[in-house]
Design a protein around this ligand. Structure first.
Ligand SMILES: Cc1ncc(COP(=O)(O)O)c(C=O)c1O
Length: 367
């Protein structure tokens, strides 16, 4: 099977982990000069933000960012429903209320105009998601946030390497949350990061991720154990060095696949508006004017051919059993996209020959 995504590891990661094991220093809890600190410095440089704080996964990054923003009972947080469940889950874990808004059907990203309509006196934050690796149109989000005094927590879990207006995704938000889950453009197995330019957030986050301690065993605020282990940070540092080459291969595969599928009239290909750089975490196509059944049949046929086509996201969050109670209206663009999209493998280990096979197979199925 040509998998939809795949961690790309070699002896360099193995050696980095072995070095940590030989050192006997497995956690960064009490030590300076740790692998975690090195990874944070390198990641902040990559995202061009002042600060970066490693955590144990992307969900924790979102949860801590909400807590640090004082999002809690009585607060509303505006976010898309067409995303991985974590985005909304973190809001509920913070005891706040998720307010789901619709997407722009062209980009699948949150429609900034819908955000403004959803703002009430209780709104405290917005979580735009750079879905599939395409950054959101941050200019309008920033304007809405400024007008209503809201905090922007960008869910950049899929956007490593993406850019908007000449700057990395994540660098326009108050806080940006990253995931290093095994499928991501850069992986540590499980892992996450919060980046920010704010000194105020930077002061709180290190203690919040470690039991609210400012001094060992003395908690001055509520926190938890959200620390990244040293072995993961060691893997992350190696992966970060490899990331430019990974991104280049993703870009090359995306371009080749797009060129080959250009003329398939039933397909809507992913768009990259002027001034944006896609991270190509996922190459997502849409079967125009199709039913869910027809889309599922095509995905199934591709999988029988050994192509790991996958649907992200089949059930929008506001339609999931637990989350239905938070949404009383329909989100038509979200609901329609969920029945028509599917993603095709373009990760760095996919060869040009495999890209041609994917394109030819899909074209044949749609003839
Ligand atoms: C958009 C989005 N948000 C949040 C997350 C949560 O990250 P993690 O799985 O590292 O908790 C993910 C990744 O899985 C994601 O894709």
């Amino acid at each position: 099977m040509i998998s939809i995504n795949k961690p790309l590891l070699d002896e360099r990661e193995v050696e980095a982990v072995a070095r940590v094991l030989r050192s006997g220093r497995l956690t960064s809890r009490t030590e300076s000069g740790s692998m975690v600190a090195q990874f944070e410095t390198a990641f902040a440089e990559f995202v061009r933000t002042k600060h970066a704080f490693a955590v144990n996964n992307g969900t924790a990054a979102l949860y801590l960012s909400l807590l640090a923003s004082k999002v809690g009972p009585g607060s509303e947080v505006v976010l898309p429903s067409f995303t991985f469940v974590s985005t909304a889950e973190a809001v509920v874990l913070a005891d706040a209320t998720p307010v789901f808004v619709d997407i722009d059907p062209e980009t699948y990203n949150t429609d900034p105009e819908e955000v403004e309509k959803a703002v009430t006196g209780k709104t405290r934050a917005i979580i735009p998601v750079d879905l599939y690796g395409l950054p959101v149109e941050m200019k309008t989000f920033n304007e809405v946030a400024e007008k209503h005094g809201l905090i922007i927590i960008e869910d950049a879990a899929q956007a490593h390497g993406a850019q908007y207006a000449g700057k990395p995704a994540g660098s326009f938000a108050d806080l940006a949350c990253w995931s290093f889950y095994a499928s991501k453009n850069l992986t540590t197995g499980e892992g996450g990061m919060i980046t920010t330019n704010s000194d105020e957030f930077a002061e709180k986050l290190p203690s919040m991720r470690s039991h609210g301690e400012n001094e060992e065993y003395i908690s001055s605020m509520v926190g938890g154990n959200f620390r990244m282990p040293e072995m993961e940070a060691a893997i992350g540092s190696v992966q970060l060095q490899k990331l430019p080459a990974f991104l280049e291969r993703r870009q090359r595969n995306a371009e080749r696949l797009a060129a080959k599928l250009q003329k398939v009239k039933d397909l809507k290909l992913p768009i990259v508006p002027e001034g944006y750089i896609h991270s190509w975490y996922l190459f997502t196509v849409r079967l125009k004017d199709s039913t869910e059944k027809k889309r599922d049949e095509i995905v199934e046929e591709l999988r029988k051919l050994g192509i790991g086509a996958t649907v992200y996201y089949r059930v929008p969050i506001h339609m999931m059993p637990f989350y239905r109670k938070y949404c009383i209206t329909h989100l038509p663009n979200t609901e329609k996209a969920a029945t028509q999209v599917f993603s095709l493998p373009i990760h760095p280990a996919v060869t040009a020959k495999q890209i041609d096979f994917i394109a030819d197979s899909l074209q044949n199925l749609l003839q």
